[in-house]
Design a protein around this ligand. Structure first.
Ligand SMILES: [Zn+2]
Length: 164
């Protein structure tokens, strides 16, 4: 297993009234020049979990940070008006927790998990004004349309303690 620094969350940028099956996602990623789906997990609105790349393989989901991260993506992220929105369903929320736990269990086999972080794609935007905080005006894109630290920071710390 490669060394993992963070799990990075994404949305598929699909409107909440539209559907984006894993086959379509995979095809779109191949069309962008990836070998296959760029994420390690994809979670549909109904909570269905699809495995993308095996965790030991480097993904294609966050420029410059793929080597040491694992990418998970959930279907949605846009309202009907195509504006960024938290569209996570209850089923997705459950599946996201399940996936995080699965990842930690697997990574734990080869490294300490205490330092692993959970981040959103947008947290990797450049800190243009150099104040140490990635602010809204600096986001390259909204992905994953929620503040991952607020939503999952505490949950993730508790999960690591439980699994460790
Ligand atoms: Zn993303």
């Amino acid at each position: 297993m490669r060394f993992i620094k963070a799990i990075v969350c994404h949305v598929s940028a699909t409107r909440e009234n539209q559907s984006y099956p894993v086959e379509q996602l995979t095809q779109d990623h191949i069309a962008r020049g990836f070998k296959t789906i760029g994420y390690h997990f994809y979670i549909r609105r109904d909570g269905t979990i699809h495995k993308g790349r095996p965790l030991e393989l480097i993904g294609s989901h966050v420029q410059g940070h793929n080597k040491s991260t694992i990418g998970i993506c959930w279907e949605g992220g846009l309202g009907k008006d195509a504006k960024p929105r938290d569209t996570r369903t209850e089923e997705q929320k459950k599946s996201i927790l399940y996936v995080l736990e699965e990842i930690l269990h697997e990574v734990k086999e080869s490294q300490a998990i205490s330092a692993i972080e959970i981040k959103g794609h947008r947290d990797y935007s450049p800190d243009k004004d150099g104040d140490g905080v990635i602010e809204k005006h600096e986001w390259l894109k909204d992905c994953p349309c929620i503040d991952v630290k607020t939503e999952y920071g505490k949950i993730f710390e508790d999960l690591k303690k439980k699994i460790q």
